[in-house]
Design a protein. Structure first.
Length: 553
């Protein structure tokens, strides 16, 4: 392709990539009749945004990374959606006789131009990365579909105030409910909150740990929406007096997701919270979790032991399940029998025997664990240690030749010891069975596009507990991060490995978790010290560190 040859020369001249690499992939792209920039991005040789910035410069066009908040839905509605999808371009704005179009495929610009020319308007094209363009189109389609559904439903006056268990759910409501799930995925949300009030229904998404109001719906639609989500998650739609929990499994844009649905009755109706789990995350690389080198060494010293118990602790939504599943994938070998008991099973793993708790059939954590001990397991994973009986059996399994992984709710790693003792586990069993504990939190990552370098002030040095001034970064906000200053989250960890010194403290008459915490802070890494390291490395902000100080102290 002539384009590939010309573009490869441009990339070499601009030192975007090494000339040998570009020549190799240029030949490969020619052999399969593919544009060079697509081949380079597909093989992870360059970030998509950097590639399309270079492509825009080469073509003499303007590059624009557009966020969802900038999209004018009313403007997009004026143009045929089939053209938008086919040409991967959306009308962005119009000023006078100049129409601006965002597009991701520059090779179809002229075709698109001919279809859009109307009334003598001039057209300007901006290049947007394909991944973001897909998010924009999906978002626009979802929002337009939601508007159409609400208008159609209200116009037909077919909404009922109460849920009829036997009445079919209208197709428009099905589309609306599905579009809310897709919208949440497109925005990178971890949770969906659908909250009925007297005159409106709020839809809020939790994005990067913060709740954001996304939309308001008519209360007329809510009964049918509630029924739809209950049917999808196999809940009792006639029961409105008690909380219920269920699960939805869906494939969205080729990726598999689980949605954990929880309803609770409020004074204006049942509130729905839907937690989103991506089933596509399947890493067995412990380094991908974000441990420091020192922390990884401590982790490996624990999970490679043949027996003992390792406990993860942290609040809901802190990533404990992701960490546990990564450990399990790392440990999953042909010669290892791994069994789990969970409530619910959040991620299915090939080669691992997973059991779903079923209290109605008397299949509790404790009952499953008792049967596991007769199943010749090497590794046992317990979703959560919630009661004394489960703790007793888990401890017994750990001292009889099994590696046990589980989670428990405490404020820090040292508090795990106190919690086990309070659950009735004798001190000597805690000291013998516990290999260690991992406390974790999630902090927001600074946006790499707009974070701003600054020098620490005296007060900031005091907060960080450092004696010399340092360069750190602060959030600013840009189009790339929706003006929040943050993009994504990253784990911070506290690792406690049971050393002989800690075991002696546990067995002593004056045991306190504070004494153990002092050893962790001295010899290992605390959540705060790990977060401080991330601040000094420019990964997160002083604001995130300061908030965590108030939580963990």
């Amino acid at each position: 392709m002539i384009f590939n040859r010309l573009f490869s020369k441009y990339l070499i001249d601009e030192a975007v990539l090494e000339s040998e690499t570009i020549k190799e992939y240029c030949d490969r792209a020619d052999s399969i009749d593919t544009p060079l920039h697509i081949e380079l991005v597909k093989n992870n040789l360059i970030e998509e945004e950097k590639m399309y910035q270079a492509l825009a410069d080469f073509l003499g066009l303007e590059y624009r990374f557009c966020q969802l908040a900038e999209i004018n839905l009313e403007f997009i509605k004026q143009y045929p959606r089939d053209l938008i999808i086919e040409y991967q371009g959306v009308p962005f704005e119009i000023r006078g006789d100049l129409l601006t179009i965002l597009c991701s495929n520059p090779f179809r610009i002229e075709e698109f131009r001919e279809l859009l020319v109307q009334g003598g308007k001039r057209i300007r094209f901006l290049i947007c990365p394909p991944t973001q363009m897909k998010r924009i189109i999906d978002y626009a389609n979802n929002k337009i579909q939601q508007d159409e559904v609400m208008n159609e439903y209200i116009k037909n006056d077919s909404v009922k105030e109460e849920i009829d268990p036997d009445a079919p759910i209208d197709a428009p409501v099905i589309k609306l409910c599905d579009s809310i799930l897709k919208d949440a995925i497109n925005r990178g949300a971890s949770d969906i909150h659908i909250e009925p009030f007297a005159k409106t229904v709020f839809i809020r998404f939790r994005i990067d740990g913060k709740l954001q109001k996304i939309d308001e719906l008519s209360t007329q639609l809510y009964p049918a929406m509630l029924a739809r989500y209950k049917i999808m998650s196999e809940l009792n739609i006639a029961e409105r007096r008690i909380p219920q929990d269920g699960k939805i499994s869906l494939d969205v844009e080729g990726a598999s997701y689980d949605f954990r649905v929880s309803t609770v009755p409020t004074i204006h109706g049942e509130k729905i919270v839907i937690r989103i789990y991506s089933k596509s995350f399947s890493s067995n690389d412990i380094s991908s979790l974000g441990f420091s080198d020192k922390q990884k060494d401590l982790i490996m010293s624990m999970i490679t032991r043949p027996h003992g118990i390792i406990l993860l602790t942290g609040p809901t939504g802190s990533g404990k399940s992701t960490t546990l599943y990564t450990f399990l994938r790392y440990l999953a070998k042909e010669d290892t029998n791994i069994m789990t008991v969970e409530d619910p099973v959040e991620n299915e793993i090939l080669g691992i025997n997973q059991v779903q708790v079923n209290p109605k059939a008397n299949l509790t954590f404790a009952a499953a664990l008792r049967s596991f001990l007769r199943q010749d397991p090497n590794v046992i994973m317990i979703g959560e240690i919630r009661d004394e009986e489960t703790a007793q059996i888990a401890t017994r399994a750990a001292i009889t030749g099994h590696l046990v992984l589980s989670s428990i709710h405490t404020n820090d790693a040292a508090g795990v010891i106190t919690r086990l003792i309070n659950m009735g586990i004798p001190k000597y069993l805690v000291a013998d069975s516990l290999l260690g504990a991992i406390s974790q939190r999630l902090v927001r990552k600074l946006c790499p596009k707009c974070k701003k370098l600054k020098q620490t002030t005296a007060s900031e040095m005091a907060i960080l507990k450092i004696t010399e001034p340092a360069e750190i970064y602060e959030p600013v906000g840009c189009l790339y991060c929706n003006n929040t200053g943050y993009l994504g989250r990253i784990g911070v960890f506290e690792i406690m490995v049971l050393t002989d010194e800690i075991k002696d403290i546990i067995m002593s008459d004056n045991f306190t978790s504070e004494r153990v915490g002092e050893i962790v802070e001295r010899d290992m890494t605390t959540v705060l010290s790990h977060t401080r390291d991330r601040v000094l490395l420019g990964q997160t902000s002083l604001e995130e560190y300061d908030q965590l100080v108030d939580i963990v102290k």
